[in-house]
Design a protein around this ligand. Sequence first.
Ligand code: ATP
Ligand code: MG
Length: 374
Amino acid sequence: MHVSHLSLADFRSYARAEVPLEPGVTAFVGPNGQGKTNLVEAVGYLATLGSHRVSSDAPLVRMGADRAIIRAAVVQGERQQLVELELNPGKANRARINRSSQVRPRDVLGIVRTVLFAPEDLALVKGDPGERRRFLDELITARSPRMAGVRSDYERVLKQRNTLLKSAAMARRHGGRQLDLSTLDIWDQHLARAGAELLARRLDLIATLRPLADKAYEQLAPGGGPVSFDYRGPAGIEGAHTREELYEALLAALAEARKQEIERGVTLVGPHRDELLLRLGELPAKGYASHGESWSYALALRLASYELLRAEGDEPVLVLDDVFAELDARRRERLAELVAPGEQVLVTAAVDDDVPGVLTGARFAVERGGVERV
Ligand SMILES: Nc1ncnc2c1ncn2[C@@H]1O[C@H](COP(=O)(O)OP(=O)(O)OP(=O)(O)O)[C@@H](O)[C@H]1O
Ligand SMILES: [Mg+2]
């Protein structure tokens, strides 16, 4: 698929922007702080309903405005679709497909597919476990948009269960009313149900992604691997294969943790606590890999995501935000060669020289709030 037109209103630094796009490579070039990343961030938002830079929507709305609009014409083979999102920080966001009446924002998922490379990706390797959980869960949703519903069910159940545990912990400390444990049993079941679904998808994803990441790492940094993953979850999930077995394992782990959970007032077991351990050779990447190795690892994870998504469905748009300037000449060249054949590749760079020669195509100058085809 590719985006044939991007329109923004009150998104980030743009009061308005109209950007006609084509398949193939498009580079956005301009000095720092002029709005290049803002453009590709908008495309990424359509694909994930989130920004790769911030966790809330408020900074995405132009200062002084109260809502932002991202609209894109999307071409998928013979099919054209128009998707539109209205970001209303503090209120519900709204969405439309083909100008029809409103749909839920999550119904838009799957129309725009992206794989986004950015300097922030280094946190995939060096950052907290939450970064890697988000990586997995976003990719799960890209593979299967229906999983957005399961993720939000899980988040909702987790929040309610935490509220219950917190009041139980307070009551325990201050001698208030004891928690009705049968209520907690029900929440355990809900948590384990959505949790098992998420876990099953994560485990399947990791198994599929591992060889692809290993291959990508070898292409970027020959002889530097191998790359492997360990999933660290609740005790008992190693032996679980089916969703039902994962459900039972989660329930058992929750039962085991219950006393501690009631003391601490928080849910201690479930996919929101799990860790994806990334290994390079025998060692964990985090805390051991060099800066350059960590970069190659992060790139390999993105390239593997790209291979996976294109193998399983419609080709995603590749977005490379300012990544070439961060790489040495060899990796820059290899990455450029690997992404060049993509159906649509959007690149941002501060200067022309940062766009590798193999990535020839359209060019836009981004300067003083404008986006001009050059
Ligand atoms: N909500 C907002 N309202 C108004 N301006 C904003 C908002 N969010 C960001 N900006 C402005 O957008 C600019 C940053 O744009 P962007 O990150 O796209 O720059 P860039 O061209 O990618 O720069 P670099 O080359 O440094 O990566 C900043 O000047 C910032 O002040
Ligand atoms: Mg930028």
